[in-house]
Design a protein around this ligand. Structure first.
Ligand code: SF4
Length: 333
């Protein structure tokens, strides 16, 4: 029997969204504009099936699946059945989950629900044009988990109005909730968004974005969640539309390398897994390391969190931020 593997992505940019969040330009990010919803969605699916026949899950990204009208939702469930998918992942806005919708999800093979949380700070959520509260999101996550769904969380770093105290709040909440996978996106400013008007008001330096993203990466991994993505997918079609924020084409690599840097520097280790992340060769330039086949990257992640963060050796604005500066300086030498 052929092993089904991979997530087939279908994008429905902005469909269902209650309003446009100030930073969002899904058309540029996905490089897709829907003209005829049903025709364009099915075409995307057919395209990916031509590349590969056997996928384990069908995902609808780029909009607010839970807030689509019922006709659109039923069309997408039927599409999944027509192409023999028995598992669906949906990207959702964190509001509007009622018993009816949850029953509908169960009935139509929705197994994974990804919530565009972005921040757990009520103030940050509001100034970015979103209308739910931190408590609402925690309630939804708990409910979805208790209903047996796999739950993914997206979090943004360096959002408009975000300060380091808001990061502290995010860390406190993420520590307490149960979730299965995680995505981390540094804020990127696209030219045709409201945020472009405030692009000079973003408070974080790039080094602070590195430090904060690493904290989330470590925490999510420590909690046993899979970190599916760090940074926007590098799509050359959108780079000329970026006018500010913290885009870097190798952002994920930078964060993983910084985690290794912390492991060697703070935890004073010198043994590493094979093929360790090594952005701009910072690690081999800075440390004498030995390969140890018993060590995996996930063990490194857990060690850094449990030996450093869990023991409260960190503070927002503390050592990790200085180390991010040191690291980024070495990367750019
Ligand atoms: S961030 Fe999410 S909810 Fe907001 S406009 Fe973009 S896709 Fe819609």
């Amino acid at each position: 029997m052929i092993q089904k593997k991979g997530v087939l992505p279908v994008f429905i940019p902005f469909v269902g969204c209650p309003k446009r969040c100030i930073y969002c330009d899904q058309n540029s990010i996905t490089d897709i504009k829907l003209v005829n919803f049903e025709y364009d969605v099915e075409n995307q699916l057919k395209y990916f099936l031509q590349i590969k026949r056997d996928w384990s899950i069908l995902a609808f990204y780029g909009g607010s699946f839970n807030l689509l009208n019922k006709t659109q939702r039923l069309f997408l469930y039927d599409l999944a059945k027509k192409y023999k998918f028995n598992k669906i992942r949906v990207s959702c806005y964190p509001s509007g989950f009622d018993n009816y919708l949850i029953d509908e999800f169960h009935k139509h093979d929705v197994a994974e629900i990804e919530l565009g949380v972005q921040s757990f700070s009520d103030k940050v959520i509001e100034v970015n044009g979103r209308d739910y509260s931190c408590d609402d999101v925690i309630g939804i996550i708990n409910r979805l988990k208790s209903e047996g769904f796999r739950v993914g969380i997206q979090i943004m770093v360096g959002m408009y109005g975000e300060k380091l105290d808001d990061v502290k709040k995010n860390v406190e909440v993420i520590r307490t909730i149960d979730f299965d996978y995680f995505r981390i996106y540094p804020t990127v400013v696209f030219e045709n968004t409201k945020l472009a008007n405030y692009k000079n008001n973003l408070k974080f330096s790039f080094e602070e974005v590195i430090a904060v993203s690493s904290i989330y990466y470590l925490l999510a991994s420590y909690k046993g969640a899979t970190v599916l993505r760090v940074g926007l997918h590098n799509n050359s079609n959108f780079q000329n539309k970026i006018v500010g924020g913290y885009f870097h084409p190798s952002f994920g690599d930078i964060i993983m390398t910084f985690v290794i840097y912390l492991y060697l520097r703070i935890n004073e280790k010198n043994r590493l897994c094979r093929n360790f992340p090594n952005y701009k060769r910072v690690i081999v330039k800075s440390f004498d390391v030995i390969y140890d086949k018993k060590i995996t990257f996930s063990e490194i992640l857990k060690t850094v969190w449990s030996e450093y963060f869990e023991n409260n050796r960190w503070e927002i604005k503390g050592e990790i931020f200085d180390l991010a500066k040191e690291f980024w300086c070495k990367a750019n030498e």
